[in-house]
Design a protein around this ligand. Structure first.
Ligand SMILES: [Zn+2]
Length: 175
């Protein structure tokens, strides 16, 4: 997916499903990295998303929505904590992997509650195909997401309205 489309998609998701991120500015970079598919951190009112170039070129739309939803849930939790608590938690996560595991699994459940479970599953399958498959200490596995979706009574999310396209279409009608 092209960078401009990625940014439009992330902005649309923020407006649709991440009310706590309202007023924040998105900074998305496509970079060469072997370390991750996507990383997120907050700096004041900016949300930074770094995305691996190789994955950006290879991921389909639903896979990208899945990883974006996961990262935006991290951003939402970080914002709720604020910079001081967040620094403390990062310190703890480095020293106590079991705390990090619980956090990653909590984030994945938040993604499902927001109605992005199918996309999270698409991302997990993509990840397990191209990288070392997740185990339960990394977050929810594909199997666990499937299970959660079977038991989920979430009404699902509202369909994503592409903000930029909606605006453009207004110019097409007869005057
Ligand atoms: Zn994560």
């Amino acid at each position: 997916m092209k960078k401009s489309n990625l940014i439009a998609l992330a902005r649309t998701m923020m407006a649709t499903s991440f009310p706590e991120l309202r007023g924040m500015t998105l900074k998305l970079k496509v970079i060469d990295t072997e370390d991750y598919v996507m990383a997120t951190w907050l700096e004041g009112k900016e949300i930074h998303l770094d995305l691996s170039r190789e994955d950006a070129a290879r991921m389909g739309r639903s896979v990208i929505i899945g990883v974006l939803a996961h990262e935006l849930c991290h951003a939402e939790e970080d914002r709720r904590h604020g910079p001081f608590l967040e620094a403390l938690f990062s310190w703890l996560y480095e020293r106590f992997p079991s705390l990090e595991t619980r956090m990653e699994r909590r984030i994945d459940f938040a993604v499902i509650r927001k109605g992005y479970g199918n996309e999270l599953l698409a991302f997990q399958r993509y990840h397990d195909l191209h990288y070392e498959p997740y185990d339960q200490t990394d977050g929810l596995t594909a199997k666990e997401i499937e299970e959660a979706l079977r038991h989920s009574h979430s009404p699902g999310r509202a369909p994503l309205q592409d903000v930029s396209r909606a605006r453009a279409s207004r110019w097409r009608g007869p005057r």
